[in-house]
Design a protein around this ligand. Structure first.
Ligand code: IMP
Length: 192
């Protein structure tokens, strides 16, 4: 089974492709610009994006699309940057976020991923994944992308950027949401 993941983020794609291989699912990358509406809801952002991309690719004979929208929610900052994580990463970056947390004892944070699948035969379906952890004092590690060097999930001594893809997939918000998608796809295929 082949599914098409619309993302320009190579790190995300690599994580999802690695996870999918253990379910016998092939993931292809659709490097199409994802329209990101401004909203406080990752669900709303990804639903809008999946519909837009689906309408664009259906005429090219591609009949399924997956999009994912994710964000880092920091408790002491009342959930900031949340749905604005991509913009915050591009502007103030990892160092800027650490600066906002200078002298702050509460380092609790979580990543959330919302994955939306759409196809003509299976319709639209949303899957979510959350990983709780904390923001470390200094960036650590060389792997991954985005805020990986400053996020350490509970249950590990390593930040995401100190983990291989396989290790990150044992914890991450993305792997949780995509695992649900892959299990569901397998169950739907076995019914046909
Ligand atoms: P988007 O889902 O592509 O809009 O990305 C949101 C932003 O959140 C990314 O640009 C990253 O900065 C951050 N982000 C989302 N998931 C992760 C992750 O797994 N590790 C590190 N940063 C992430």
């Amino acid at each position: 089974m082949i599914i098409y993941f619309a993302t320009g983020n190579k790190g995300k794609f690599h994580e999802v492709k690695t996870l999918a291989s253990s379910y016998g699912i092939v993931v292809k990358q659709l490097d199409i610009k994802k329209v990101e509406i401004q909203s406080d809801s990752l669900e709303e952002i990804s639903l809008y994006a999946v519909r837009d991309i689906y309408n664009k690719v259906i005429s090219k004979g591609i009949d399924n699309v997956v999009v994912e929208d994710a964000g880092l929610f920091i408790e002491a900052l009342r959930g900031f940057p949340g749905p604005y994580s991509s913009y915050v990463y591009k502007t103030i970056g990892v160092r800027g976020v650490l600066k906002l947390l200078e002298g702050v004892d509460n380092r609790k944070a979580f990543f959330k991923a919302v994955v939306v699948f759409k196809s003509s035969s299976l319709g639209e379906r949303i899957f979510k994944g959350i990983v709780h952890g904390e923001i470390v004092e200094e960036p650590r590690g060389i792997y991954g992308f985005g805020f990986d060097p400053i996020f350490k999930p509970y249950g590990s001594d390593k930040t995401f950027a100190e983990m291989t893809v396989q290790e990150k997939n044992k914890f991450s918000h993305r792997s949780k949401a995509f695992t649900e998608l892959f299990k569901w796809l397998k169950s739907m295929v076995s019914k046909t």
